[in-house]
Design a protein around this ligand. Structure first.
Ligand SMILES: [Zn+2]
Length: 68
């Protein structure tokens, strides 16, 4: 089921596969382009590994995809 996500700040609708609860524009304003991309990548890695570890964004421990 798709849950419509909205940006925490501007209430704009987000893509349903968005990993953050803020839109790209707001994220850029908060973290800056580079940091935003790093955060998104970390979130996507965490989601792929099946464990969203909240509060540990920035750890780079997810370096490899799960070996099937
Ligand atoms: Zn926004």
């Amino acid at each position: 089921m798709a849950i419509m996500k909205k940006c925490t700040f501007c209430k704009r609708e987000l893509k349903e596969d968005a990993v953050l609860e803020v839109c790209m524009d707001c994220g850029r304003g908060i973290w800056g382009e580079k940091m935003l991309n790093t955060i998104i990548r970390n979130m996507e890695n965490a989601r792929e590994s099946g464990s969203l570890m909240q509060g540990s964004v920035g750890s780079d421990s997810v370096s490899k995809r799960k070996a099937a």
